[in-house]
Design a protein around this ligand. Sequence first.
Ligand SMILES: *Cc1c(COP(=O)(O)O)cnc(C)c1O
Length: 372
Amino acid sequence: MRIETVAIHAGAHVDPGTGAVTPAIHPSTTFERDPDGSYTRGFLYSRNNNPNREALEECLAALEGGAAAAAFASASAATSAVLLALEPGDHVVAPMDAYHGTSRLLRETFARWKLDSTLVDMTDLAAVRAAMRASTRLVWVETPSNPLWKITDIAAVGELARRAGARYVCDNTTATPVLQSPLRLGADLVVHATTKYLGGHGDVLGGAVVSKVRDALFERIRVVQASAGAVPSPFDCWLVRRGIRTLPYRVRGHSENALRVATFLHGHRKVEAVHYPGLPTHAAHDVARRQMTAFGGMMSVQVRGDRARAMDVAAKLRVFTRATSFGGTESLVEHRASIEGAGTRTPDNLLRLSIGLEHPDDLIEDLEQALS
Ligand SMILES: *Cc1c(COP(=O)(O)O)cnc(C)c1O
């Protein structure tokens, strides 16, 4: 079935007891045993599993074309579960421009537990090959990547991971399963911040790991999910599942609006550079066209001038809200160097834009008045 149909129906069942079409929220933490002590209805205690999480996990697996999924309270918890499934002494190759929480976890938390990591430019295949060691067990990619929206060739890096005998993970948060299918391009696992486009309304934090097959690695992730317990609440699962129903249409809208905005900003006299994979001038536009069906809602713009000028443009915007995060219906603007702090390589004149679902002409008029 096509993704629009999957997004609405996967894991969604009419309630046999009441006929309710929209699923109920099940806050119960515990579930009744059968007279013989077994749990034939499938649920025992809600940290292990509950009806809302099961429905969400079924849907996430179907969206990515995977065999199974595990939902978490945040993407950071999902990322931690993947890393906790490795062994001390294992080595991870990850992107230099990974989500800053991911590289911080590797650097500050997992290094202390003897998980080694090397951060590389994933667009440089020779550098990725050179980073591989005999102990490399995991290769992590994220594409498009924040905040320059660089494109990693998922299949090409996957081939290097396969040859090194390493497992291959793609953080698919920015593209979503609507635009890109990492499991079909060689990834073993997909990670999501459902906080962003999947939830889609800026009202729920969540994460997930989707696995291509039910294997020992995924079983270890399942064990971490239940035993470490960073699980989403039934209401969180319900909200993400509800958001997903409109995901394909929202992502199409975000992508159409973003292409309009990027085209407007490109060549604007007050703009130094626009970073958006949908522009033919983007360094890896051809790779993006090959592995994505459209280019998503995220872009960055470097204004002509310094940090103060960028802050001034952000301050003048009226439709865009100055805030972090992305993937909601409303457009957001963020001065990335400020949030990344000391040591950031992000240019001082760069503003990250999360293009929402407002009318694109209103977004363009807002940018025009703020730039002028
Ligand atoms: C936001 C984000 C995360 C972290 O998500 P949380 O739910 O806040 O932990 C991870 N990866 C990417 C690409 C993100 O954008």
